[in-house]
Design a protein around this ligand. Structure first.
Ligand code: ADP
Ligand code: MG
Length: 681
């Protein structure tokens, strides 16, 4: 009999009282099982000490040294600095500590120390900054080991988390493995118990890769099982909002809509609206993903769908991810619908209480047919009359819970609204059909005719004056420009300084008549909105930004995108950024400025230079990232997985989905009970 069961509270562990348990809970860890699945965010590696001569600045390294002089104290900017020269047979280095005057007492001459710290070069001498001290024996014990580093909250140390996990792992009833030995062999994965032990305490990098592979499989398999369950659940929902394809005179509603447009729909758009029309008039409720590259005209497809729903006597809602985008959609769609006798209202979190109330009344009374806003639209207080269609912009998926919450709002009881999710993230088809197995997928694979492809250039920073001059010329022709500035990791003050400095440099170089504004991640939403609105209204010529300029922003007059430190972005982000230009009738340009010219960087930027096609870029991305020797733990950007990366782990994803598809209904139901819930769908 083991001491701990998976469902036990953490307080069962010696040394964890209610106080620490409350801290763990902040990290989402409530029970013993959660602790097992609380993976390290990274590992700290203790390498063999290096000879002093081989040290290079800029890395965390260990050296084995003895004192070569006496410790010296200095006051430096209000801090006490202790320095001492240390060395081995190959050379000397200066060790530096801040605010640790007592360190000199522990330092003894003729004793061998291992010092581990960041190396930097200062005035011709290498320094090791704030090094930790170990005796030779102490360091030998941890050499070559990987120690787990966990996400923490204030009051909880890494040591405390490590100790708790270690205690549990020694004496816990591990979850039963749902994969048999034979299945594990076929899949090339280790047992669940081994994986859970090893992910916390690996002996080496190979161990991490092995453990990770198993846990990634579980994540993707659980996900695939849920997809299968959703699919069978959806089949049970009859279409309660039948949208008619014909108008009262027997003509086609769709044709009616097309006539009202100032342009012809592309072939891809036409096919998409026909498919949507069929789904909304069919037996089952629609759940569709509309994938279309940036600029492919997804909004027009959304408008067609909303028009059809309204013509059948229902309401339709369009949800944008930000207020700026909601306002942008409202500005474009409301006049268009008004001409067709359809009333549109805007409902945004930022609106005054009175305005919100007014909008809510129009929605409840069904005076408003089309409702545009942010996710304020689905928050409890809004009552709809007959909401038959929900469209989300720049989102892959609309949560099951959200969908069910809206279903209660129909007058016809438990009826689910049709859902259309629009996304500009191109995911290769092989993966999309797995990740969106519960949805119909429709792809807009062409751009409206007459669009000029964006011209691309990959350059080094010495080209910057020319780039600025180029921007200046475009502005004198009446155009605008975006500049995306270097991002500095996890340091907001630096980030801000960076943009401020960049803007100052620009101002001192360009004529004062050029209006420059900036946007940073630190700004409040209202501030951001104001900056973007000014830019959209052409009250600003150049917008310098650190944050990725919001997806979906449509300023057709902006023709230049200059991306500084392009090497730091992934291909998908670069493509999204570039998608902000090339949206009007003027020729647009994208300048990728790279500070690095190694083979990998060049290969990636070459892809960007040679193609404007998001799906092609995604395929290339998939090939380049491939499986292989991925080491470590990283949050995946694409979806909410703890470990899995749909690109990196695409082969595992395909296997996991295959296995989930082979399950019978009973097995499926059983599986869904069995897994710890790690995602919200
Ligand atoms: P996205 O798919 O990136 O959301 P939008 O819906 O914002 O693209 O459309 C981009 C631009 O193309 C808009 O200005 C829109 O009016 C225009 N547009 C959409 N469809 C067509 C079309 N068939 N012909 C010409 N212009 C179009
Ligand atoms: Mg859009």
């Amino acid at each position: 009999m083991k001491k701990y069961a998976l469902e036990d509270e953490l307080t069962k562990i010696k040394g964890i009282g209610p106080k620490s348990a409350a801290l763990f809970e902040k990290l989402g860890v409530k029970r013993i099982e959660d602790l097992l699945y609380f993976y390290p965010s990274r590992y700290e590696e203790f390498e063999e000490p290096l000879p002093v001569r081989e040290l290079q600045s800029g890395a965390l390294k260990a050296v084995e040294v003895t004192l070569q002089g006496e410790p010296v104290f200095k006051r430096f900017k209000g801090r006490v600095m202790t320095t001492v020269i240390v060395g081995d047979v190959t050379g000397n280095i200066r060790a530096v500590w801040f605010n640790m005057p007592y360190i000199s007492k522990t330092l003894k001459s003729a004793v061998h120390y291992v010092m581990r710290g960041n190396i930097s070069a200062k005035g011709g001498m290498m320094e090791i900054i704030q090094p930790k001290l170990y005796s030779r024996q102490e360091y030998q014990l941890i050499t070559g080991r990987l120690l787990p580093v966990y996400h923490l909250v204030k009051g909880l140390t890494n040591n405390a988390v490590t100790k708790a996990i270690s205690a549990v792992i020694e004496d816990v009833e591990f979850p039963e493995d749902y994969l048999s030995l034979k299945e594990r062999r076929e899949l090339g994965v280790c047992s669940l118990t081994e994986a859970l032990k090893t992910i916390h305490f690996p002996k080496n990098k190979d161990d991490v890769i092995k453990a990770r592979k198993r846990l990634v499989f579980d994540e993707l398999f659980t996900f695939s099982v849920k997809m299968q369950l959703l699919k069978s659940n959806d089949k049970e929902h009859k279409n309660g909002y039948v949208v008619s394809e014909k108008n009262s005179e027997g003509g086609s509603v769709l044709e009616e809509f097309k006539k009202s447009l100032p342009f012809e729909l592309t072939k891809a758009q036409s096919l998409a609206v026909e498919k949507i029309s069929k789904e909304m008039s069919g037996e089952a409720t629609m759940n569709m993903l509309l994938q279309g590259d940036v600029g492919s005209g997804k909004t027009a497809v959304a408008a067609a769908a909303m028009y059809m729903a309204v013509k059948s006597g229902y309401q339709a809602a369009l949800m944008a991810p930000t207020q700026v985008l909601a306002v942008q959609h409202y500005g474009k769609l409301s006049p268009m619908f008004e001409k067709l006798g359809i009333r549109t209202v805007l409902l945004n979190g930022g609106m005054s209480a009175a305005k919100k109330k007014e909008a809510a009344a129009l929605i409840a009374s069904h005076e408003a047919d089309v409702i545009i806003g942010t996710n304020a639209l689905i928050q409890g207080k809004v009552e709809y009359d007959k909401l038959a269609l929900v469209i989300t912009d720049e989102q892959h998926r609309f949560g099951v819970k959200q969908r069910e919450a809206l279903s209660l709002k129909g007058t016809e009881g438990e009826v689910l609204p049709h859902v259309l999710c629009m996304s500009a993230t191109p995911i290769p088809r092989t993966l999309a059909i797995i990740l969106y197995a519960d949805m119909d997928i429709c792809v807009l694979n062409e751009l409206p005719a007459g669009r000029l492809p964006v011209k691309n250039a990959v350059v080094d920073p010495s080209y910057r004056p020319k780039a600025w001059n180029f921007i200046r010329n475009q502005i004198s022709e009446g155009r605008q420009a975006y500049i995306v500035c270097p991002m500095i990791d996890e340091n907001d003050t630096l980030e801000l300084e960076n943009v401020t400095q960049y803007v100052e440099d620009l101002r001192s170089t360009l004529p004062p008549s050029i209006r420059i504004d900036s946007l940073t991640g630190k700004m409040k939403p209202a501030q951001k909105d104001a900056v973007l609105e000014k830019f959209a209204a052409h009250e600003t010529d150049i917008l310098v930004s650190t944050t990725v300029i919001e997806v979906g922003i449509d300023v057709p007059n902006c023709t230049v995108m200059l991306i500084e430190n392009a090497e730091r972005f992934g291909l998908a982000s670069l493509h999204q950024l570039r998608g902000r230009v090339g949206r009007g009738s003027n020729q647009s340009y994208c300048i990728f400025m790279s500070g690095k010219f190694d083979k990998d960087t060049m290969k990636r930027l070459e892809v960007m230079r040679n193609s404007n096609d998001g799906f092609k870029i995604a395929e290339e991305d998939l090939k380049m990232r491939g499986p292989g020797d991925f080491f470590g733990i990283r949050q995946s950007g694409e979806m909410d997985f703890k470990l899995a990366d749909i690109y990196q782990d695409s082969e595992v994803l395909i296997k996991a989905a295959q296995k989930a598809r082979e399950l019978s209904e009973e097995e499926l139901a059983e599986m869904s009970e069995r897994f710890p819930i790690h995602f919200m769908l």
